[in-house]
Design a protein around this ligand. Structure first.
Ligand SMILES: C[S@@+](CC[C@H](N)C(=O)[O-])C[C@H]1O[C@@H](n2cnc3c(N)ncnc32)[C@H](O)[C@@H]1O
Length: 226
């Protein structure tokens, strides 16, 4: 379809699929079914909408590593939470990270991430709205999470488990779509975690490019000792 009308039709169809993914109420069964069906065309859709989230999250993880950790990038253990088809892992790999694990709620998406060959280990059927019993505390230097603190996906409380699996003084790097941050009062939850010594914000990119017309905030938190 090369005509302008044809391109608009494709664009509207992409937008419809992306918007529909935001209306799943955090229901694990609906999310799995939706992403299982979307998996094969997910990358085409998000790339068509100029999805910048994965490269920005990976760059922020790289900046945090350079500024605060310093040791060999290849020796830094990174967890990609809600890795989807592996777009963040690919960006991290380009930046020199080598010890990358991932998990996703949807096994079909997780399998696509495995197929990229950039992950050391990828688990499917892992729900970030629940405790993560397969992951020990303090296992990672950096945990990243892109496109998952999104309407209809994971509640802000999921940040607690990301902090737990990251070592004290390690970092959690996440994107929050602007609409999500507003609807969930994400910053209030962060404030509570900060007061409890769980984590504290160290970097914040406000209203950065994300996907299509939608902006996101990008955050880096340092994990505390609790
Ligand atoms: C918009 S995609 C983002 C995927 C990848 N991080 C990226 O940036 O391309 C959202 C992903 O979150 C996963 N997801 C949704 N709810 C989840 C949950 N409760 N726990 C873990 N993953 C979840 C979906 O299966 C999907 O792969």
């Amino acid at each position: 379809m090369n005509t302008l009308a044809g391109q608009n039709t494709l664009r509207q169809a992409r937008r419809k699929r992306i918007d529909a993914s935001h209306a799943l109420d955090g229901d694990a069964d609906r999310l799995v079914q939706y992403y299982r069906e979307w998996a094969a065309s997910y990358e085409l859709d998000v790339e068509g909408e100029h999805y910048r989230g994965p490269s920005i999250v990976a760059e922020l993880a790289g900046a945090v590593q350079a500024a605060y950790i310093g040791s060999e990038r290849a020796a830094i253990a990174v967890l990609d939470a809600g890795c989807g088809t592996g777009l963040v892992g690919i960006e991290l790999d380009h930046l020199g990270f080598r010890l990358i694990d991932g998990f996703d709620l949807c096994e079909t998406m997780a399998e696509m991430a495995r197929q990229t060959g950039t992950y050391r280990d990828v688990k499917g059927d892992v729900d970030l709205n629940r405790p993560l019993p397969d992951y020990s505390s303090a296992s990672y230097d950096i945990t990243v999470c892109c496109g998952v603190f999104t309407l209809g996906h994971v509640r802000p409380h999921g940040l607690r488990e990301l902090a737990r699996v990251t070592r004290p003084n390690g970092f959690v790097v996440v994107s929050t779509e602007r609409s999500y941050a507003e609807a969930t009062a994400f910053e209030n939850e962060v404030q509570r975690f900060q007061e409890a010594g769980v984590l504290k914000p160290v970097q914040y990119l406000s209203n950065g490019r994300y996907i299509g017309e939608e902006d996101a905030h990008y955050w880096a938190y340092q994990v505390g000792h609790r």
